[in-house]
Design a binder for this molecule. Sequence first.
Ligand SMILES: [Zn+2]
Ligand SMILES: [Zn+2]
Length: 238
Amino acid sequence: MEKLFYDFHIHSCLSPCGDEDMTPNNIVNMAMLNGLNCIAVTDHNCVLNCEAAINIGKKQGITVLPGMELETSEEVHILCLFPCLEKAKSFSDYVSSNMPKIPLDKEIFGEEIIMDDEDKIIGNLDTLLNVATFISCDDISKIIKDYGGVAIAAHVDKMANSIISNLGFITEEMGFSTIEFSKNCPEDFLSSKKYLDGYNYLYNSDAHYLWDINDNNRFIEVEENTPEAIIEFLSKRK
Ligand SMILES: [Zn+2]
Ligand SMILES: [Zn+2]
């Protein structure tokens, strides 16, 4: 087994709320400096900056999983991680055809920038990514599995856009194996929520700025440091 220091929830400059310094190279380099072994780039409802980050990660020797932070029809955030770019891109196309097209107001939200592996701008989106899709919490785990990935209930300790804040519950039928806490989640959060026993836990940063990315103080123990092995680990309950 390998001990892997991780951060599987990082926004790039593609997210309208992500800082413009969150370029693919800056993200990977900061993760390296912080001593991480594996990360995921997870922008809102879109995977278009994952390719650059994966390529940079390969050069630098850090595993980068393609991912997305999906917003469901219930306005719940779900972290979606994939074993390869191809699967992530087909899921992203599916999401894109299942969300409203609202023109991006750059004055309010900022830009949604796509970069290559040299941090050169290769595109700009003109519709807003931070919107609720038409996909429900009840279906997301199953849909992601069909794409070879894993769905994780995001930041369940937050007061907004979490499955617990928005629905008040999480059920077995929803099919989640792993749930995510914020990196600064209060110690006593879990003790008051017995129904969260038995899940796998992750503590991710949800970084929108470089300095928010996790340090090497949280690890998972996985067969090997590959996207496939990590997805398999996260797809099983404790
Ligand atoms: Zn979120
Ligand atoms: Zn996020």
